[in-house]
Each structure stands twice: as structure tokens, then as C-alpha cells.
Design a protein around this ligand. Structure first.
Ligand SMILES: C[S@@+](CC[C@H](N)C(=O)[O-])C[C@H]1O[C@@H](n2cnc3c(N)ncnc32)[C@H](O)[C@@H]1O
Ligand SMILES: [Zn+2]
Length: 276
């Protein structure tokens, strides 16, 4: 985690600002260890460069538990992710098509604070940071699985990118209201557990000119796909039709501006609704 993110962090319990104590930094300025303290009495440890805002253990779905495994974190970007969208969409959809779309829809070139929610190995966080091309800004990447965050931080360090990683629930983002130029969620709404609360959290942190970009898997229309998705549903993975998903966005105060479907892969861009 880096100093740039400190002004934007808030206590998940009471939304107050946090003070960093007993900080230990390396030569690059990364905060390796310390404690974030709130006036309400809550405190959040920062170890190995990652701040931990997760409260006591809570029930997880099978999909979420799988993502807590070190082997999943190791394999995610090495084995599955480079080919995932091509396999799922049925067309050639490599990173070189996906990542520029995400960064340009999010408007990363404007700079500012970007939050990559349920970041896994940090693919979108790195793409957003690179797309800022020196514009003043910073990316905060959030996941509730520590092994995923450790691998994401390792990848950012290898790439020489300054990205702050925190362990937190997507439903309770430890971020101030109205500060984010953009929020991205790649493939995670399907397993996040509580879509409505997650979208409310996204809406809360977005600035008035903020953008929300999601890549989400839609309900299959073919028989074989439906069988697979029914099996995945028992593990906690949920699929919606495009119209259902956009209705969820609207209900959370996120106005859909543009979307693009590739097989079951939906890219969507929302902005905060004016009436909220
Ligand atoms: C499909 S992966 C994300 C992929 C990543 N965004 C990408 O594009 O490569 C799902 C991630 O969501 C995380 N996750 C699931 N439910 C979560 C929750 N309620 N809060 C925070 N993270 C969550 C998992 O730990 C996992 O890393
Ligand atoms: Zn507090």
C-alpha cells in the first residue's frame, strides 16, 4: 500500500478517517507494515504491504472458498485468465482487446482514484495504472482473498507499478464516498454474494463524473451452457440476462450508458444516476 491512498481510506465500521501508526516503508515508499486506527476504536493491520479490513470470518460460498486457496491464486492468471474470455465468448477475446476496452471505458487516461473491486491477481488494476500514463492518480485493488492479493501485489511489483492492495468485502468498501473516478469489476459480480449491496457500495464511492465498468458473465441461452451454469449456481455463482443485470445497475443508481456482448461476456459502462 502507498501513501497516495491514505486520504481516501475510511473505517468500514463508522466511515471515519484513519490514522496510520507504526508504519514501516521500503525504499520505494511502499508501506509494508503498520496499523490503521480509527477514532471509533477499530484498528486494521497492514502486513506484507496489504491492509486488512476484513472483519470476523463470515459464511462463504464454494466459489468464494475456492478463491481463498493458494493454488487458485497461483493458477488464476498463469493458467485460466489469459484464455478465459475467448473460451467463454466463443470468439477471439485476448487481453489486447479486453484491457484497452476496460481502461478506455473507465477513462483511466483522466487520472484520479480507480478502485478495482474483487481484483483477484490484479489484471484490471495493472491495466488501469498503465493506461494513466503519468496522469496523477492511483489504483486501489480490493479482494477478500489474501492469497489472491499477495499474488496481485507480487505481479505489480514485478511490473514496477505502484498499486495499493487491501483485503475487504466488496459490499463494504473502505473508501470515502464520492471520490472514485472509476470502479471496475471484472467477472466478479457473478460470485460476489450480494449484488445489490455491492452495487450500492460502488455507487457510494463513485464521484459525480465517475464511471463504473464491469465485465460480467450472462445466463447462457444454449442447453449445454444452461446445464453447466445450473451446476455452478450450486457453488454460489449467479448468472443474469443482460436486461436483468442492467435493471440491477439502475436500481442501485448506476445508469447504463453503453454495453457490448460477446457470447455470454458482457462489458458494461454505467455512470451515477443524477437523481441519487
Ligand atoms: C472471477 S475472479 C475476479 C477476476 C478478476 N477481476 C479478473 O478480471 O481477472 C473473482 C474474485 O472475486 C473475489 N470475491 C468474491 N466475492 C467477493 C466479495 N464478496 N468481496 C471481495 N472479493 C470477492 C474472489 O476472491 C476472486 O478473487
Ligand atoms: Zn471507525
Amino acid at each position: 500500500m502507498y501513501d497516495e491512498i491514505l486520504p481516501f481510506l475510511r473505517c468500514p465500521a463508522c466511515a471515519s478517517t484513519l490514522d496510520l501508526h507504526a508504519a514501516r516503508r521500503d525504499a520505494s515508499g511502499e508501506i509494508l507494515a503498520g496499523v490503521l486506527r480509527c477514532g471509533c476504536g477499530a484498528h486494521y493491520p497492514l502486513r506484507d504491504g496489504i491492509a486488512d479490513f476484513l472483519g470476523p470470518p463470515r459464511p462463504l460460498t464454494i466459489a468464494q472458498r475456492t478463491n481463498e486457496l493458494a493454488v487458485t491464486a497461483w493458477a488464476y492468471e498463469r493458467i485460466w485468465r489469459p484464455f478465459a474470455l475467448t473460451l467463454l465468448s466463443g470468439e477471439s477475446l485476448p487481453y489486447r482487446r479486453e484491457l484497452p476496452l476496460i481502461a478506455s471505458w473507465a477513462g483511466a487516461e483522466r487520472g484520479g482514484l480507480f478502485v478495482d473491486v474483487a481484483c483477484s491477481n490484479g489484471l484490471y488494476a495493472r491495466a488501469l495504472t498503465r493506461a494513466m500514463r503519468g496522469a496523477p492518480g492511483h489504483v486501489l485493488a480490493v479482494d477478500h482473498a489474501l492469497p489472491m492479493l499477495r499474488e496481485a501485489r507480487r505481479r505489480a511489483l514485478v511490473a514496477g507499478l505502484r498499486i495499493s492492495y487491501v483485503r475487504a468485502e466488496a459490499r463494504v468498501l473502505p473508501v470515502a464516498a464520492g471520490v472514485a473516478a472509476g470502479v471496475t469489476i471484472g467477472g466478479s459480480l457473478n460470485e460476489i454474494g450480494d449484488l445489490a449491496r455491492c452495487l450500492q457500495a460502488v455507487r457510494r464511492v463513485l464521484a459525480t463524473n465517475g464511471r463504473f465498468v464491469a465485465m460480467t458473465l450472462l445466463a447462457a441461452t444454449g442447453a449445454a451452457g444452461q446445464v453447466v451454469q445450473r451446476a455452478l449456481a450450486s457453488g454460489g455463482i449467479v448468472f443474469w440476462s443482460r436486461d436483468e443485470l442492467l435493471a440491477h445497475f439502475r436500481a442501485a443508481g448506476l445508469h447504463p450508458q453503453r454495453d457490448e456482448c460477446h457470447g455470454i461476456v458482457l462489458f458494461s459502462l454505467c455512470v451515477p444516476s443524477r437523481e441519487q
